[in-house]
Design a protein around this ligand. Structure first.
Ligand SMILES: Nc1ncnc2c1ncn2[C@@H]1O[C@H](COP(=O)(O)OP(=O)(O)O)[C@@H](O)[C@H]1O
Ligand SMILES: [Mg+2]
Length: 316
């Protein structure tokens, strides 16, 4: 089995309330897989099933080849889980906490010190390690949780909205952490309702809504499906440029804007930009400025659900 996480018709009801209807997900080794959706979409419920904390009502799932229902122990050994809500940790210091958690994760006694230090380092908390948790800022508390998720060097890291409510600087630190964990070979399942976050970090995303996958693919694929990239060109000879690029197969549409700039609607701006430069050079048309914009994952969400992400957050 090549998938690290695989779910089949996975679902959960709380009494009569259907939280996750039926999820089919496949997360490959080394993926940073974004589980994207508005509040109430079922992200946390899904994660709690995958981390064996909650029993599914229907369907099944495997993590690293182990069935979450019948082999919970093996699943837990391989997963590091960082919860959405920061637990209260009281008067102990950051270092004391990671050492306690290392013991809970059955890290051998002789390794606890070193592992704890490595984990603190991974989240940039070494300097503040001996301060009490109560003195920590929100960002530091979150980073301490992220450190705790690493103590048993898990193959799979499950992060539930790790940047929720953090300031910009703390968000960037969390993103660096995700990239470092990916680079050391971890597979990461990242729940978020920030589309820009998924766009930056994930190689694959599944947008879920009301507990079903609405659409999945790489962020680039999903955005491409929405529509065209726009390349805006300021040139000394817009008419001529229009004539010479007009026949290119990768152009969907050309519009001469009121500003005199040429607007090219293309499938993929990253391919169009060098092509336009080449044609400009060959044809002796001077290009003064080129900018491009691509559809965002917001547009993807809107297309597939008919709702804005913000709007649906409020609705639930
Ligand atoms: N313990 C629970 N009891 C009853 N309903 C719940 C419980 N936990 C979550 N829900 C409901 O299940 C749905 C999915 O919630 P959740 O998985 O937390 O979504 P998300 O993490 O995407 O915001 C929501 O409608 C929520 O109100
Ligand atoms: Mg949640």
């Amino acid at each position: 089995m090549s998938a690290v996480i695989e779910t089949s018709g996975l679902g959960k009801s709380y009494g009569a309330h259907l939280a996750v209807e039926s999820l089919d997900l496949e997360v490959g080794r080394g993926d940073v897989f974004g589980l994207l959706g508005p509040n109430g979409a079922g992200k946390t419920t899904t994660i709690r099933m995958l981390t064996t904390l909650l029993a599914p009502t229907v369907g099944s799932a495997h993590v690293c080849g182990y069935d979450i229902a019948t082999n919970a122990r093996e699943v837990r050994r391989r997963i590091g889980y960082v919860m959405q809500t920061v637990p209260y940790r009281g008067l102990l210091t950051g270092r004391e906490w990671v050492e306690i958690e290392a013991s809970l994760y059955h890290v051998p006694r002789s390794d606890v010190r070193r592992r704890a230090e490595e984990a603190l380092e991974a989240v940039g908390l070494v300097v503040d390690a001996d301060r009490r948790w109560t003195e920590y800022s929100g960002g530091m508390r979150k980073r301490l949780d992220l450190a705790c998720g690493l103590l048993h060097s898990p193959e799979v890291l499950v992060l539930d909205e790790p940047t929720l409510g953090l300031d910009v600087q703390s968000r960037h630190r969390v993103w660096d952490y995700v990239r470092e964990q990916r680079d050391r070979g971890a597979t990461i399942l990242l729940a978020t309702n920030y589309l820009d976050e998924a766009d930056r970090l994930c190689n694959k995303v599944a947008i879920i809504d009301r507990g079903v996958v609405v659409v999945e693919g790489s962020p680039a694929e999903l955005k491409r499906a929405v529509g065209a990239d726009l390349v805006q060109i300021k040139t000394d000879n817009a008419e001529r440029l229009r004539a010479v690029v007009g026949g290119e197969p990768w152009i969907k549409d050309i519009v001469m804007a009121d500003s005199g700039n040429l607007h090219l609607y293309v499938e993929d701006a990253s391919l169009a930009l060098p092509a336009v430069m080449r044609i400009g050079l060959e044809q002796g048309v001077g290009l003064e400025q080129m900018t491009y914009s691509q559809p965002t994952l917001d547009d993807v969400f809107l297309l597939h659900t008919g709702r804005e992400l913000r709007e649906s957050e409020n609705a639930s």
